[in-house]
Design a protein around this ligand. Structure first.
Ligand code: ADP
Ligand code: MG
Length: 561
């Protein structure tokens, strides 16, 4: 156990290291943001552990993060008084990538530096970004609660291997020491680091300290004292008018690991019986694991500024899993296990309130920034559609947020149900739609001929999600939504008298032909009918009005059902 071991990095880590050094060099400053963010996470974890075991904070009730510079040795050190790691944890956390979706991530890499660097950004570059500027990284860490001589030293040059050995450390926490590459020595400067930190890390709720300098006779003298360079208060707990737009964006980059700016955000203090703060963002880029249903992170739950969990599934319904941000409750019990917390009524109230808040934010975006809403729709529209089935309470609000392509929209997905209803013909009391495998197929359906002739708008839907969604969306604002592929579609008042008479006449006339078709097709069809619905095509296949949509049947068959 006490011996020095040399271990190999997991293959994915090697790939990640290679990518980072080659794709992110132009963003090399991010190493500092990532290390400070890890230090801040580690202090959050210590505060959480101290709820059950207050002695962990007894020594040092005000943990801090310290950023040091050694110009002689060309080293940068980031130290924290956080939870620390055991030897086994060091090997696991700094030798492998445990994140779900890793395989998917590597599969998505294209070799195109620009695209890949965005992907890395979404993945959260983390600790390994140290190797962008360091040719050797040393970590000295002691787990909170462990004795001073049970600390661990980890070291690597970022190539294929790392070493671990036993060491001592005076206090709990972690030091990350970077031996900076010769070409990056411009970063070994207090001034540079301070500027970077002020830009990236002001929202961090723990004080970040740097050595205090004094100027004497034009010379810089290190006073040996530390001074805080950030506000040191949780951003979301500050008054809205004290937060700049840039600070909001920077905080987003921190919680989301996304380097692009958010599309919009909402920041509120909910008062009353259940008090909590919400700061929620809509990203402007889709994460690579958007369709991963199991592990959804990005909305963090705090209780009175103490980090509790980062499991979006508990805090929002699944169809809002693209949301990032923070919820901070004043009332939830602090000293309760995460499992029990998940079942408390208070958490459900927060979840419902947060859902409504997100819907308002989207309604706002749709009403006031249409082109940004279009962007949102293109990225997350298909996720939002899941809400029609998942969240019956808010179905009407979600339905209003939907955007459709229609026979009148020239391929653009900008038709709302309300807009459609406002354009309905006199006598029309139904919203018509058709579903194809692709948008093109939907637009070419022969079923549309009659509607074209009568100049009635039809929504053009496509794909399995639309098909699934329409099972739940059968009515909107008192109007039925009807698939024009279903059975003997009754156009009601829209069909004029002459047409009805014509239909009866033609039906009688062609009865012998229809009977012949019936005899020839036998059991493979349920019925054969004459129709006036087609103007250019000779025939088409429809389904029983109470039966399944034909494309849906095809999809289920393809899925082996
Ligand atoms: P992430 O922070 O997204 O989990 P990182 O690569 O940044 O990914 O860090 C990997 C893991 O290493 C962290 O989840 C944490 O468990 C551990 N770790 C990194 N830095 C520290 C630190 N300063 N103190 C304690 N644990 C740390
Ligand atoms: Mg990290």
């Amino acid at each position: 156990e006490n011996k020095k071991e040399t271990l190999g990095f997991q293959t994915e880590v090697k790939q990640m290291l290679h990518l980072m050094v080659h794709s992110l060099y132009s963003n090399r400053e991010i190493f500092l943001r990532e290390l400070v963010s890890n230090a801040s996470d580690a202090i959050d974890k210590l505060r959480f552990a101290a709820i059950d075991n207050p002695s962990l904070l007894a020594d040092d009730p005000h943990p801090s993060i310290r950023v040091g510079v050694d110009e002689q040795k060309q080293e940068i050190t980031v130290s924290d008084d956080g939870i620390g790691m055991t030897r086994a944890e060091v090997i696991e956390h700094l030798g492998t990538i445990a994140k779900s979706g890793t395989r998917e991530f590597f599969a998505r890499l294209s070799g195109d530096q620009k695209k890949d660097s965005q992907l890395i950004g979404q993945f959260g570059v983390g600790f390994y970004s140290s190797f962008i500027i360091a040719d050797k990284v040393t970590v000295i860490t002691r787990k909170a609660g462990d004795p001073a001589d049970a600390a661990t030293k980890w070291e690597s040059n970022g190539e294929g291997e790392f070493t671990v050995e036993n060491t001592t450390r005076d206090h709990f926490g972690t030091d990350v020491i970077l031996s900076v590459k010769s070409e990056d020595r411009d970063l070994v400067s207090k001034y540079r680091l301070r500027t970077i930190l002020q830009r990236y890390s002001d929202h961090i709720s723990t004080p970040i300290l740097m050595g205090k300098d004094e100027y004497k006779d034009d010379k810089v003298i290190d006073t040996g004292e530390w001074e805080a360079i950030n506000t040191g208060a949780a951003l979301w707990a500050r008054p809205k008018n004290k937060i700049t737009e840039d600070q909001y964006k920077e905080f987003y980059h921190h919680v989301s690991h996304d380097s692009t700016d958010p599309l919009c955000w909402t920041h509120n203090k909910v008062e009353g019986k259940n008090e909590y703060i919400q700061l929620l963002y809509v990203p402007s880029a889709a994460p690579f694991d958007l369709w991963d249903r199991e592990n959804v992170h990005g909305v963090k739950l705090y209780v009175k500024r103490v980090f509790i969990m980062d499991d979006t599934n508990q805090l929002l319904p699944h169809y809002l899993r693209f949301i990032k941000g923070v919820i901070d409750s004043e009332d939830l019990p602090l000293n309760v296990s995460r499992e029990i917390l998940q079942q408390t009524r208070d958490l459900r109230i927060i979840r419902d309130g947060t859902t409504k808040r997100v819907l308002s934010m989207l309604e706002d975006l749709a009403a006031n920034r249409a082109s940004d809403y279009d962007k949102f729709w293109a990225l997350f529209g298909n996720v939002l559609k899941e809400g029609l089935g998942e969240d019956p309470t808010n179905k009407e609000r979600i339905a209003k947020l939907l955007r459709f392509v229609s026979t009148g929209s020239e391929g653009k997905a900008d038709v709302t149900l309300e807009g459609y209803i406002s354009r309905m013909k006199t006598g029309q009391d139904t919203v018509y739609y058709v579903i194809g495998d692709t948008p093109e197929a939907a637009a070419k359906s022969p079923l549309l001929e009659l509607f074209k002739k009568k100049d009635i708008e039809v929504l053009l839907l496509s794909g399995p999600i639309d098909r699934w969604m329409m099972q739940f969306l059968t009515e909107f604002q008192g109007k039925k939504l009807v698939n024009i592929a279903k059975g003997d579609l009754d156009l009601g008042d829209l069909a004029d008298k002459e047409e009805k008479e014509e239909k009866e006449k033609v039906q009688a006339e062609y009865k012998p032909l229809v009977d012949e078709f019936k005899a020839a097709l036998g059991d493979s069809v349920e019925d054969v009918r004459m129709t006036l619905r087609l103007t250019d095509s000779p025939s088409c296949i429809v389904t029983d009005p109470n039966g399944l949509d034909p494309a849906f049947v095809r999809m289920m068959k393809a899925a082996g059902q």
